[in-house]
Design a protein around this ligand. Structure first.
Ligand code: ATP
Length: 140
């Protein structure tokens, strides 16, 4: 069966470079399934779970947003961070969630005084929640 080459790249490393059967990415406008012979496409990603089917079954990688490009039978994902479920540090994600929630609970005056970037806190919360969810789904 024709396969898809899936490459997930961060500034630090190549998280994955494998031939797979299909990919599902957390596109910003909804989950997007990619099979061989898919039309070329570029989409932005939300922080969340990327799933792919390969000989070993269905596997997942956390991606922290970024872009996915489909060109021919190659899917390239450029993201600032990516982790397999077993690489996710749950305590770290919980600490990030707590920090983000505290920032988002601040009053307007506090936000101004502490120069809190609300959009950044919201994005951080989204990453933390996605990591926690993925970690718990894959550790049970
Ligand atoms: P933190 O505030 O804990 O740094 P973050 O969401 O801001 O979380 P990112 O900017 O997404 O972190 O990632 C920075 C680096 O740290 C990346 O290499 C990423 O893979 C790694 N990383 C971040 N959080 C975790 C985690 N909970 N488990 C494993 N690796 C993580």
């Amino acid at each position: 069966m024709a396969g898809l080459t899936l490459r997930i790249i961060t500034p630090d490393r190549v998280v994955l470079d494998e031939v797979v059967d299909s990919v599902r990415v957390p596109a910003s406008d909804g989950s997007m399934g990619i099979f061989p012979k898919h039309a070329g496409a570029v989409t932005t990603l939300d922080a969340g779970e990327l799933r792919y089917a390969a000989a070993g079954g269905e596997l997942s990688i956390f991606v922290s947003g970024g872009f996915a490009e489909v060109r021919g039978d190659t899917v390239r994902v450029l993201t600032s961070a990516g982790e397999a479920p077993t690489e996710i540090d749950e305590e770290r994600a919980k600490a990030a969630e707590k920090r983000a929630r505290e920032r988002l609970a601040m009053t307007r005056e506090d936000v101004k005084r502490d120069a809190v970037d609300t959009a950044r806190a919201r994005a951080s919360l989204q990453r933390a929640m996605a990591r926690i969810q993925m970690h718990s789904r894959h550790s049970s």
